[in-house]
Design a protein around this ligand. Sequence first.
Ligand code: ZN
Length: 595
Amino acid sequence: MAGQAKFPRHAILCGTALLALSAVFPCTTQAQTARSTAKATNAAGKPKLVVLLVVDQMRADYVDKFQAQWSGGLKRLVQEGAWFRDAAYPYAATETCVGHATVSTGAFPATHGMVANAWWDRKEQKLVTCTADPDPNAKNVGYGGATPKGADTAWRMAVPSFAEELKFQTSGATRIVTFSLKARAAITMAGHKADAATWFDGGAWVTSSPYGVQPFVEEQAMSHPAKADFGKTWSLSFPESAYWYGEKAVGAVPPDGWDLTFPHPLRGKTGVGEPDSAFYEQWASSPYADTALTELAEKAVDALKLGNSNGTDFLAISYSSVDYVGHAFGPRSREIQDILVRLDKDLGELFAQLDKKIGRGSYVVALTSDHGVVPIPEDMQTTGADAGVLHLPDVQERIEKALESFHYAKPAVARINGSDIYFAPGVYEKLKGDANAMSAVLDAIRTVPGVEAVYRAEELRDRPATQSPSLRAFASSYFSGRSGDLFILPKPYWLLDGTPIGKQRSYGTGHGVPYNYDQHVPVLLMGFGIQPGEYFQAITPADIAPTFAALCGITLASRDGHVLAEALKKTAEARTSYQPARPKSTPAPAPNAKP
Ligand SMILES: [Zn+2]
């Protein structure tokens, strides 16, 4: 059965089956104390604005490695916020759509249904993206005269977002505004409806029919913030000695028109003339795109007076560029180190604006990531580690060959998408009753270089109790109808790659498996109601939404995440007094050691 049949569109249950969280964390009952003491709270003793920041593909170790060079917003989150140092996604499908939906809903993919960026639709027999909406009434809407194709909505997301719940449970006072370069991030963070959900597509800013069209976005789109960066150059922020890695990242595949060394010019493929598609790829892979998103967010705060209404507003930004840079240059690159230095500046600026317009301590921020990334295999090999490329077309070829003697129609495999193997209609049902053919298939997959294990869908259903962490991880992202029939677990540091045999890989590295390098991400909370400090307990990014909910005095339907109670100030009075627990230190000098 196709997943969309199981979850009819718009059959979203808001605010049902709620947990009595208010007994644990009585936000609203303490309102009177809060109201009298501070500018820091609105009438209900809640944050005026909830800010969700997702840095796409930001590994947790980046904070440890690079924070000495930060002096802006990232530094402030580390110094003045609650820093959860052991946060990781517990599931296998560590991809963008999945991670954003998890952060947004407080649920794992087995619950929210966004199991990948795209999956094989068995009914339609085609690959569908997580946001593709076949409803003829749904359509994408372009700002600045753009005419985007298709329709992207959250209809496949099976539970409401935190922001939707907030709006629903506060009689609609909440405004929901999200930005990203990617539809699958802007949409999942917003939910099924929002005041604005804006993303970037082929040089234009875009939204879609369930979301509001905002004049301030139109105004910004008319000033063409991307195009205006044509001709700029991304240069290193510090002297070369400040960078951890060599001039050229090993195994990197930079965007068209760039080579392996700084500076990187934003001049398209040929370096002359008008912005072309190569230019937009360069721009999206540069710090300039982060700055454009930050400016859009600042415009939203001004135009909609976010944080100055009767309710709690919601603003989310997903910074996509670290992901593009990471795919091209890998995590062990000057490019990653430098783009974080630039993002730190942008976030410092954003927080300064929010302090000014809303009040320091009267908004709450969470920063996390949707997934990490594996080092480029060729780079990892230089360390002597067992690393390599697991060729998915090779997997498919060997399955077809293994089934030849069992007289299965060819092709038996409909699609391999990341870890997920989808068989042609009827084939997997037949295999389940054909033990010899099934073992031949499983054995054939295990012979492919880089394969650690293969799991069957039957092993994952209903989230079984198991001692195997990888089986548990695949089960946490298993959603019946959408996930594959078989699942490949690569060996650690082996990259799953779908490039046709004989062709050159068009990117450096990727993510999407249940290993620490893909699962472990930062979680930092700061501002209203947050007790600063370093926290070492194991948590997941699904804990962010329930924690926001507790701060806002609403409750989420029982999900997978938990309230991070240890990082919440215990009384309303404490919540309204804003003081960093640790002294603000001066920025440490840049490291000159190169491990
Ligand atoms: Zn990615």
